[in-house]
Design a protein around this ligand. Structure first.
Ligand code: HEC
Ligand code: HEC
Ligand code: HEC
Ligand code: HEC
Ligand code: HEC
Length: 388
């Protein structure tokens, strides 16, 4: 995961050092209590100038952070709005430290969406997580409407890693529309990305679409002392040290770990990680989505993870998205049943760590969605030997 910081980041680094955040940290351990407050510039007023002799407070935290996605100013998550020059309030709360502070009222504004678009150029900076008033955040309203209590160490992570839609979003959009009738007014509902904080909360966080006659596993408590994001992720590099896992698991490879003694994917193979069961159910669900679109909704569907809104029409059935005016044609033949299943597929796949964050919730959503489509497509679901 190591990424070499570009020069622009080194500039950001010296800015970070002068930023408000540092005043709120406790640099005492690193610099000594008699050290004067940190100024804007890293270079000391006089020698020695050899880099290893220059003491930079918080250097460890800064050098880990700067290599992380949070500091990657040129990444899509922070540069997406560069052409417009500002970030719409509704996007700014997670795509800029400035928007985050405004949303929580940490900058002295009323809590809630920023009143104005937020200037581009701010990443998940130090002050996002180290704002002196961050402990004022005691609860976060998730897209499902659930008001979730948070403690100081997961308030920030939960704000930004909760996605933007929930099963409830679909329930509301679909009303009592007929389950298998394509409706051109329906469009794909995207759960958004990296939504680990809701997958971890499972059925209680209700990020996925829940089929009415089913029950869903709740928060994945893992095992004590694993409790929050920081039990596994370094808050600055965001990396997960495999040693953390070896206390309890035989391997530190997250994709090889398995505890479950049942095979969910019908393979009977208990030697592979739970990750593999999730992958095969996910693939089966995509096959069902494709079959249903073609045979029941009447227009074939193509998934392209690189382009919004990800699902495209393939009316001529050549396996490629149809194009009009040089652009791919968004899928427009959603029936409620198809939309729910595609949402759940995308939700599970939006969290690249779901096999660690909440494997059982993922398996349930995939199972129920595939089962729901199997009726209309005529798939003999029982013969697949999936277990829920
Ligand atoms: C609740 C927090 C949240 C909100 C609100 C939010 N995003 Fe995001 N968004 C994220 C996170 C977290 C990621 C990081 C995904 C990754 O790259 O791992 C992301 C990623 C993205 C990406 C990059 C996707 C990619 O393929 O790399 C785009 C583009 C994006 N968001 C657009 C938007 C837009 C537009 C809005 C406002 C309409 C918005 N986001 C609102 C949290 C949010
Ligand atoms: C995504 C949130 C987040 C961001 C961004 C962040 N920190 Fe931290 N930082 C934390 C958390 C959480 C802890 C407490 C970790 C613990 O208790 O083990 C911490 C601990 C620290 C510590 C004390 C322990 C150590 O690692 O030395 C310092 C110093 C620090 N951060 C400095 C910074 C600086 C400087 C930046 C910006 C370059 C920064 N942090 C950015 C979340 C963050
Ligand atoms: C202000 C919003 C915000 C906060 C707060 C935040 N994140 Fe993120 N996080 C993001 C965005 C946006 C990305 C995508 C960055 C990218 O793709 O460059 C991301 C990426 C990540 C990644 C992917 C790894 C990588 O290097 O790209 C991990 C893991 C992560 N965050 C964990 C955390 C944890 C743990 C916390 C709390 C300590 C946290 N985040 C707090 C917005 C946030
Ligand atoms: C039990 C340990 C554990 C906990 C708790 C945990 N994670 Fe993870 N997370 C992982 C592991 C391990 C991976 C990588 C999985 C893999 O590579 O197969 C990961 C992956 C991720 C990713 C995707 C990284 C990428 O490269 O795209 C994000 C984002 C993320 N976690 C955020 C969070 C957030 C936010 C929380 C708290 C709500 C959290 N995680 C809690 C272990 C954990
Ligand atoms: C304190 C002990 C402990 C630590 C540390 C720990 N785990 Fe676990 N893990 C467990 C237990 C116990 C379960 C079973 C929990 C359950 O199913 O309710 C589990 C379940 C899992 C599962 C699901 C396996 C399955 O078949 O359902 C995965 C994946 C996983 N852990 C990955 C990790 C990773 C990756 C790390 C390190 C970042 C980690 N764990 C750290 C104890 C731990």
């Amino acid at each position: 995961m190591f990424r070499r910081p570009p020069v622009s980041k080194l500039l950001a680094l010296s800015l970070a050092i002068g930023g408000i955040a540092l005043a709120t940290l406790a640099p005492a351990q690193e610099t000594g209590p008699s050290e004067p407050p940190v100024g804007t510039y890293v270079l000391p007023p006089s020698g020695p100038f050899s880099p290893d002799k220059v003491q930079i407070p918080n250097m460890r935290a800064i050098s880990s952070w700067i290599r992380s996605g949070h500091a990657d100013a040129s990444g899509e998550a922070f540069s997406h709005w560069d052409e417009e020059g500002s970030i719409p309030p509704v996007c700014s709360t997670c795509h800029s430290g400035t928007g985050f502070r405004s949303f929580h009222g940490l900058d002295g504004s009323e809590p809630g969406l920023p009143a104005e678009p937020v200037p581009t150029g701010s990443v998940v900076d130090c002050a996002t997580c180290h704002d002196p008033n961050i402990s004022d955040i005691t609860e976060i309203t998730l897209p499902s409407g659930v008001v979730h209590p948070v403690i100081v160490s997961d308030a920030a992570c939960t704000t930004c890693h909760q996605g933007r839609a929930a099963g409830a979003t679909l329930t509301k959009a679909l009303g009592d529309k007929a389950e298998d009738t394509p409706d051109p007014e329906l469009g794909f509902v995207n759960p958004h990305y990296a939504l680990a904080a809701v997958t971890m909360l499972g059925g209680y966080g209700a990020g996925g679409y829940h089929y009415p006659d089913k029950t869903y596993t709740g928060r994945f408590l893992h095992a004590k002392p694993v409790a929050t994001c920081l039990s596994c992720h370094d808050p600055h590099s965001l990396e997960v040290a495999q040693d953390t896992c070896l206390t309890c698991h035989q391997t530190g490879d997250p994709q090889a770990i398995r505890i479950s003694r049942q095979s969910y994917d019908g393979s009977g193979d208990l030697s592979k990680g739970i990750h593999a069961d999730i992958r095969s159910l996910s693939d089966q669900l995509m096959a069902e989505i494709e079959a249903y679109a073609k045979e029941v909704a009447g227009v074939a569907i193509v998934y392209d993870g690189g382009h919004y809104p990800y699902f495209f029409a393939d009316a001529n059935g050549d396996g490629l998205a149809d194009t009009a005016d040089g652009r791919s044609v968004a899928y427009k033949s959603w029936s409620p049943r198809l939309l729910k299943a595609a949402y759940n597929w995308k939700f599970v796949n939006a969290d690249k760590g779901i096999h660690v964050h909440n494997p059982h919730y993922a398996l349930e959503l995939l199972y129920d969605s595939a089962e729901s489509l199997a009726g209309p497509t005529g798939t003999d679901f029982g013969a697949l030997n999936y277990l829920r």
